[in-house]
Each structure stands twice: as structure tokens, then as C-alpha cells.
Design a protein around this ligand. Structure first.
Ligand SMILES: O=P(O)(O)OC[C@H]1O[C@H](OP(=O)(O)OP(=O)(O)O)[C@H](O)[C@@H]1O
Ligand SMILES: O=C(O)c1cc(=O)[nH]c(=O)[nH]1
Length: 175
């Protein structure tokens, strides 16, 4: 069940009005600036607590997606004791040259942690890199699913989306 007070606080903290080009290339008059809640420990903690409730059983690693997913995954990791990996958009080009920093994920059940899903493109890219490298990825938990049909945008890669808040929750909070 949606936490109306969390929706109200996230909406008041993160909703921006203007003209924004999104990652997908679409233009929107609304942007949810996740860093504005992630920078507030109390709000980050409330989002992470809700994510703990949504975590699938058997999760062995939390996969925080660069960049906004990483603070949330760190907080969920601290609350649950489940280790995290930090997934880059692109493998580092020197040093360890890893795509995902942290422990080996080969053969492990990785639950992805994301800040915002709009088209699902960023999560899809990550899944398409992690699965061939041996990760078992079945679920993503996101703070905000602002896609037109929440929960549906990653069916093509057989990924379940569990969200703390949807665009409708935030619009209801906006009034
Ligand atoms: O579902 P999509 O259409 O892919 O859009 C959502 C993605 O866009 C943003 O990423 P951005 O590249 O702005 O990331 P960052 O600030 O988290 O690095 C957001 O953090 C998601 O990863
Ligand atoms: O689609 C995006 O790029 C996007 C939308 C949004 O509301 N917030 C965000 O951080 N990214």
C-alpha cells in the first residue's frame, strides 16, 4: 500500500516544473530530481525502509545503478546486511575495468535498485549486461516508477518492477 505521507514528502522535495529532456530523449514538463531526496537522510531512510519490505526473498546482492541508485542501494544494504554491487553505466576503462564494483555476482541473485524508471531503458541496459555475465536478475525495485503503465515497461526482458511510488501517487500528492 502506498504511504501517502511519503508520497507527499517526496513530491514536495523532488518535483520540478520546467522543460526537461529525459534520458530516453523525450521532453517532459516534469522532473523528479531524486538527488533532492537522496541528500536528505531521513527521506532516504524512509524510501529504503519501504524497499526492504519489497525485497524478494533469496536476494543475495543488491545492484545499485549509477548514479542515483547507488545511495539507495547502500542504505538498503546497511538496513538488511545484504551486500551491494555498484553498477556503472559503462565499464571502467582502466584499473579493474569492471562494469559492476564490489563482490563477484556470477551465479548470484541480484535485485536491482533504481531511483526512477521512465521508459525502463537504463534498467534494460543493465540487465542485458549483467545476465550474460552470470547474474540472476529477476526484479528491480525503484523509488519512482513514472512510466505510463507502472510495472509494465520491462516485461520484454522478463523483469518484475516493484516501486515505492508511481507517477499517480505523486500526482495525487500534488493535488
Ligand atoms: O527509464 P529510463 O527512460 O531509462 O529513465 C530513467 C533513468 O534516467 C535517469 O538516469 P540518468 O542517466 O539521468 O542517471 P543518473 O543521474 O542516475 O546518473 C534515472 O536515474 C534512470 O536511470
Ligand atoms: O527519465 C529521466 O531521465 C528522469 C526522469 C525523472 O523524473 N527523474 C530523473 O532523474 N530522470
Amino acid at each position: 500500500m502506498t504511504d501517502a505521507s511519503l508520497a507527499a514528502d517526496i513530491n514536495a522535495t523532488c518535483r520540478l516544473h520546467g522543460t526537461f529532456t529525459l534520458r530516453s530523449g523525450k521532453v517532459s514538463d516534469t522532473y523528479f530530481d531524486k538527488y533532492l531526496f537522496e541528500a536528505q537522510p531521513e527521506l532516504l531512510e524512509r524510501v529504503a525502509s519501504r524497499m526492504v519490505e519489497l525485497l524478494p526473498e533469496g536476494t543475495e546482492l543488491l545492484g545499485g545503478l549509477e548514479m542515483g541508485g547507488i545511495p539507495i542501494a547502500t542504505m538498503v544494504s546497511a538496513k538488511t546486511g545484504i551486500p551491494a554491487i555498484f553498477i556503472r553505466k559503462k565499464a571502467k576503462e582502466y584499473g579493474t575495468a569492471k562494469l559492476a564494483e564490489g563482490p563477484d555476482f556470477n551465479g548470484k541473485r541480484v535485485t536491482l535498485i533504481e531511483d526512477v524508471i521512465t521508459s525502463g531503458g537504463a534498467v534494460r541496459d543493465a540487465v542485458n549486461e549483467l545476465r550474460p555475465a552470470g547474474a540472476i536478475v529477476e526484479t528491480v525495485i525503484c523509488a519512482i516508477d513514472r512510466s505510463p503503465e507502472p510495472g509494465e515497461s520491462l516485461r520484454d526482458v522478463d523483469l518484475e518492477i516493484r516501486s515505492v511510488l508511481t507517477r499517480a501517487d505523486l500526482d495525487a500528492a500534488e493535488g
